[in-house]
Write a protein that binds this ligand. Structure first.
Ligand SMILES: [Zn+2]
Ligand SMILES: [Zn+2]
Length: 686
């Protein structure tokens, strides 16, 4: 009787893998394979695991081994390359392999629902047999005419597709310079090359936000009508997820479009990776496996020896640094692809000189009025949702603190609620001061709802639309809202960073930033970089067609610091100068990318428990080569009743940092504590 020993990854916080015994029986004649799913006993449960190794012996004593219940052979086993990717991510981010490999796999595959899998596979196969024998890549020329590229775009496509093997390209181009066209032409060329060679190819296209997928998907489908396009993001239903995941995994989908989680998709014929808006913080997962999809994308391209393209108008300073050091190849797009469009003029409104009791200064109001008269669209950007960040009592000084967090309860007027944005606690708005009974409670500061209310009184006949996390809670509502703007049904669009990304509004000629200053003096060293990117991006929404009526589109920033170097660089559209200055500052201050960091966070009922856990972690092992800072409470110390603290580890050598982290984490896992803790490698919020 044939006997094998399987090493299996299981989705559990225990950082280990498990050996099981498999014995061939008359009814189950298939031999186990690496990359296959198996049903195994685990404690008293029965669960699904992934086979990492198949061997003829095990280091575990035979009487301690349990038997595999069933091999799952409904889908092609996952490739060894995919397993290596998960193994790398697990080691790099210090998480168990099972927590990396299994959660991304659709529930129906993990739980082995053969009927659903068969149904999905049948659908996928029927779809792709329609196109058998028809060259997918020929469609670009046959159907929708691809726009002609300018010289810079053509050079970029040639550099991407002409590189033999692995190369990281940083595609640096202002908004409207036609980065998407470069991606699509490169994708086309890669699919065509593969076809000539008689090979199969898959392209992975990552975008930072779900809201951007419908637009890009529409674009891709129109340009590659015969190609199979799969989308992967967190809002798919289980059925959709199964179909799209299988289509990618079985190699049917030529183009896979998705948010950060798609970087871990199984893609057996992957030939090109594109990461659009590579600077976007959404590429960083902030819980569980705290990975950077951008960094994993680059690693994956190196592993497969294929090109990767990172695109942005405002690259992350890390990527800029890699481009300056030659690790990435920089490809510049300096011209806007649409001939008439030019860069918007960026004006600063000095708020020391202009009064704005309701948030809008007279010059900004005048500019809005002018656009309304011309029948053009305006966009107002305010990165704070709700009506007012806090309400207070003038009589006694009471202020709406959240009782569970070191944060304020935000006034949401249309919903008639106070909401904590950190723990989601909701309360009715008090009719009088809880402390002194004063009935005249006042909102302090302003969010999007309050500006919307004021705009209604200011321009009663204008068509206003607010887009933020509150106005787009229903599935599909964000897309509907953006479509209304595209159809010209909106005169003034008001929103948070949600409106800053990716959407091109043809009739938009004015962008106003109401209060960008809040980010200037943040303790977070990345705040300036983010603000620059956000403002550049929101400015980029203006005026693809502004020149049609002979006028330059305009961006107006309300600020108390018009001399600030960040605004000066922005005014000059000078990302390069900004990035160079930022990198110099980081080097002087000893910050990434000149240093490598890991952050240990702890939370507990008392701050003392959290801090003393971190202190003991600090003293756990000798660490000559690693700098471990003092444990400190986090900026927002209490969230949902838990006190939070953190410990920052730094080293100029990534290798040394990781050599320290591995044994340190093993010891930490064995430590008894009442604190809940987690480690983040390359943290972005410190
Ligand atoms: Zn009071
Ligand atoms: Zn709270």
């Amino acid at each position: 009787m044939l006997k094998k020993f399987l090493t299996v990854a299981i989705d559990t916080p225990l950082d280990t893998v498990f050996d099981y015994r498999w014995t061939q029986t008359a009814t189950a004649s298939l031999i186990p394979q690496v990359g296959q799913f198996v049903r195994v006993p685990f404690g008293r449960r029965e669960i699904t695991g992934l086979v990492l190794k198949v061997q003829d012996s095990s280091e575990v004593d035979d009487d301690k081994l349990r038997d595999v219940i069933e091999l799952r052979h409904h889908i092609t086993p996952l490739s060894s390359q995919w397993i290596a990717l998960c193994q790398f991510a697990a080691e790099y981010y210090q998480r168990p392999i099972g927590e990396v490999a299994l959660p991304g796999v659709p529930k129906h595959v993990r739980e082995a629902k053969p009927a659903s899998i068969e149904r999905a596979l049948k659908k996928i196969r029927t779809k792709s047999s329609d196109t058998d024998g028809v060259p997918v890549s020929a469609d670009v020329d046959n159907s929708i005419q691809a726009p002609a590229l300018n010289d810079e775009q053509r050079a970029a496509v040639a550099a991407i597709t002409g590189s033999a093997g692995f190369a990281s390209h940083l595609l640096f181009g202002v908004t409207g310079s036609g980065k998407t066209e470069v991606y699509l032409h490169a994708a086309h060329a890669v699919l065509q090359q593969a076809q000539v060679m008689g090979e199969r190819a898959q392209i992975l296209l990552l975008v930072p936000e779900i809201n951007l997928t419908p637009q890009l998907e529409h674009h891709v489908r129109a340009r590659f009508p015969r190609a199979t396009v799969a989308t992967l993001h967190s809002q798919l239903s289980e059925g959709e997820r199964l179909r799209h995941w299988l289509s990618a995994h079985e190699g049917h989908a030529e183009i896979v479009l998705g948010t950060r989680l798609a970087v871990l998709a199984s893609l057996p014929h992957l030939k090109l990776i594109v990461i659009d808006e590579e600077h976007d913080p959404s590429y960083k997962q902030q819980e569980g496996l705290r990975y950077s999809a951008r960094d994993l994308g680059v690693w994956r391209a190196r592993q497969l020896n294929i090109p990767v393209v990172l695109g942005s108008a405002t690259p992350s300073v890390e990527s800029w640094y890699h481009a300056s050091s030659g690790r990435y190849r920089r490809l510049d797009l300096t011209q806007r692809a649409i001939a008439q469009a030019s860069l918007p003029r960026i004006g600063l409104i000095d708020m020391e000189r202009h009064k704005a009791p309701d948030g809008l200064s007279p010059p900004l109001m005048d500019a809005l009025r002018e656009r309304l008269a011309q029948g053009e669209q305006s966009l107002l950007f305010l990165n704070r949702r709700g009506y007012a960040p806090v309400i207070h009592c003038d009589a006694c000084g009471w202020i709406s603190h959240c009782r569970r967090c070191t944060a304020f309860m935000v006034l949401h007027k249309p919903e008639r609620r106070l909401r904590c944005h950190h723990c989601s606690l909701e309360l009715r708005i008090p009719t009088s001061c809880p402390t002194c009974g004063n009935v005249d409670l006042q909102p302090l500061g302003r969010g999007t709802q309050r500006v919307e209310e004021y705009l209604h009184t200011l321009f009663p006949t204008a068509r206003l639309l607010r887009i933020d996390a509150d106005s787009t809670r229903r599935k599909g509502s964000a897309q509907q809202a953006f479509e209304a703007v595209h159809r010209g049904e909106v005169d003034i669009l008001l929103g948070t960073q949600m409106v800053a990304k990716g959407h091109d509004f043809q009739r938009l000629t004015l962008v106003g930033a109401i209060n960008p200053d809040t980010a200037l003096f943040s303790p977070d060293y990345r705040a300036g970089e983010r603000l620059f990117a956000q403002l550049m991006q929101v400015a980029g929404r203006a005026g693809r067609a502004a020149m049609a009526n002979g006028r330059q589109s305009e961006v107006l920033l309300q600020t108390r610091y018009p001399q600030h170097p960040l605004y000066r660089a922005l005014q000059a559209h000078d990302y390069t100068g900004f990035a160079t200055a930022t990198l110099e500052e980081r080097q002087t201050a000893g910050l990434p990318p000149f240093i490598f960091q890991a952050l240990l966070r702890a939370e507990a009922k008392t701050l003392d428990t959290a801090l003393s856990f971190l202190q003991s972690a600090r003293d756990l092992m000798p660490h000559q080569d690693i700098r471990i800072n003092e444990p400190v409470p986090m900026t927002i110390t209490r969230v949902a009743g838990m006190e939070r603290a953190q410990l920052l580890l730094e080293s100029p050598s990534r290798t040394q940092l990781h050599a320290f982290l591995k044994p340190w984490m093993q010891t930490l896992r064995a430590t008894k504590t009442r604190a809940r803790w987690s480690l983040e490698v390359d943290p972005i919020d410190i």
